[in-house]
Design a protein around this ligand. Structure first.
Ligand SMILES: Cc1cc2nc3c(=O)[nH]c(=O)nc-3n(C[C@H](O)[C@H](O)[C@H](O)COP(=O)(O)O)c2cc1C
Length: 219
């Protein structure tokens, strides 16, 4: 394997987060069975993300739409757009991605959306073509480890789930293949079953890690 970016969006820490424990099982498998893999962890709750505020939206528009150069931006605009590009450049330098996030209010923690906002850069991660937008990150692979208090799979709640769904849509849009989503759900519905649900998800995570090891990225 090449380089793997492990991206977590849970502020609870591994002692309290079931998702981070499942993620740990994934990463331990990669370390044990593909020791040459270069792994970097990003905790989105501590990462200094550029948020889509007035300055960043303005900088984006000036550069993309009005042909401005960097030195024609205000200092605040330049600082934020450079931060955004640094986050995207770092992301681009990896081959494999593991996202770990809980479902919060039917979606993902806001930091994950903010991070993904930093990756949508026309000309860098996707291109506008005559036939519509085209992802430029083809050949790269991702998985998502998603914890949920409620039960979505096979219930009417499935249509309301917008965390894993959006993450997959966003990564696919950029050209990244999402190999799998490992779902640990009903965690708050059946407290007596939590360890069983988490252990099953850990086993799935171990299998998914082995699958990822076997899946070469195409540059
Ligand atoms: C702010 C907040 C919002 C939540 N919203 C939902 C929700 O919409 N649907 C759901 O099934 N669980 C929801 N939950 C429960 C969490 O998804 C669940 O406890 C969590 O996924 C457990 O995983 P963790 O231990 O890795 O955090 C919410 C939890 C928090 C803290």
């Amino acid at each position: 394997m090449g380089k793997l970016l492990y991206i977590t969006a849970n502020p609870k820490g591994i002692e309290k987060s079931k998702g981070l424990k499942i993620g740990e099982a994934f990463i331990k498998t990669i370390k044990a069975e593909s020791p040459e893999t270069e792994i970097k962890t990003i905790d989105l709750f501590t990462l200094d993300i550029a948020h889509m505020d007035a300055e960043l939206v303005s900088a984006r528009g000036k550069l993309a739409g009005y042909g401005y150069t960097l030195d024609q931006l205000t200092e605040g605009e330049r600082e934020k757009i450079l931060k955004m590009h640094a986050i995207a450049d770092e992301f681009l330098s990896f081959d494999y991605f593991v996202f770990v996030s809980p479902i919060w209010n039917l979606s993902s923690p806001a930091v994950l959306k903010a991070y993904l906002d930093n990756l949508f850069i026309a000309g860098k991660t996707f291109a506008h073509t005559a036939t519509g937008p085209k992802g430029l990150l083809t050949g790269k692979k991702a998985i998502h480890i998603n914890t949920r208090g409620g039960l979505y799979t096979g219930t009417p709640m499935k249509d309301l789930e917008s965390g894993d769904r959006y993450l997959r849509i966003a990564l696919n849009f950029l050209g990244i293949e999402v190999m799998d989503t490992i779902i640990a759900e009903a965690l708050d519905l059946y407290p007596q079953k939590v360890s069983e649900i988490v252990e099953k998800a850990k086993e799935e995570a171990i299998l998914a890690a082995r699958e990822m090891i076997k899946s070469p990225v195409i540059h």
